[in-house]
Design a protein around this ligand. Structure first.
Ligand SMILES: Nc1ncnc2c1ncn2[C@@H]1O[C@H](COP(=O)(O)OP(=O)(O)OP(=O)(O)O)[C@@H](O)[C@H]1O
Ligand SMILES: [Mg+2]
Length: 180
């Protein structure tokens, strides 16, 4: 299936509205097309409420979902066996950078960064011997600077993901009650 029609189909299925997404819709469609053709994932950047999470879920409905703002989710990342064979599938890391570094026996850990590195290593294995392992895409949403993970992690992300920055408004709005 053509990547653009696949994009439209997935968006429709997830009840996304093109008029609400505005110019972000075209940005996303382009990024998705490039990512699909390059066999890469996505890094979706953008402000609060712009639609990052829903976009990620809509486009990668089969992916494991990890909320980096959830301590339990981030802790679970450290033990990949918890995910069974699905650990090799697509992974959404939502709100990357919103988590505090973890603490294991007094030693600082960065489970999210470690997970990114693990996926990169598997991707390299696959590149040199495609029969060894299959590894899905990494889909990241964030609205913070990820440089705290260090240059090596951001460099690897550049090879694994296509970046797209959403520029729309916060889609969450207060309801105005009618005057009683
Ligand atoms: N194009 C759209 N059509 C319909 N609903 C949308 C659209 N974009 C966003 N929404 C809705 O707006 C709300 C905010 O979207 P979402 O949670 O994806 O934002 P976010 O960028 O992940 O925000 P945060 O930075 O707080 O995590 C959700 O209820 C989502 O369903
Ligand atoms: Mg979100």
């Amino acid at each position: 299936m053509e990547s653009r029609s696949r994009f439209d189909m997935l968006m429709k299925r997830s009840a996304w509205k093109e008029e609400i997404a505005g110019s972000d819709y075209g940005l996303l469609a382009n990024a998705y097309e490039v990512a699909l053709n390059a066999d890469k994932g996505l890094i979706i950047k953008g402000g609060v409420g712009v639609g990052k999470t829903h976009f990620a879920r809509a486009l990668y409905p089969e992916a494991i979902f990890t909320d980096c703002a959830s301590r339990d989710d981030v802790a679970r990342l450290a033990s990949m066996s918890n995910f069974g064979d699905r650990r090799y599938g697509d992974m959404i890391l939502d709100d990357v950078g919103s988590e505090e570094p973890q603490n294991e026996y007094g030693i600082k850990r960065e489970n999210v960064a470690e997970h990114i590195m693990w996926r990169y290593l598997l991707m390299m294995k696959k590149k040199f011997n495609p029969n060894i392992v299959t590894i899905g895409k990494l889909i990241i949403t964030t609205n913070t600077d990820l440089s705290r993970y260090g240059e090596r992690v951001t460099s690897r992300l550049a090879e694994m993901c296509i970046p797209v920055e959403l520029t729309g408004k916060d889609k969450r709005t207060w309801t105005t009650l009618p005057k009683g």
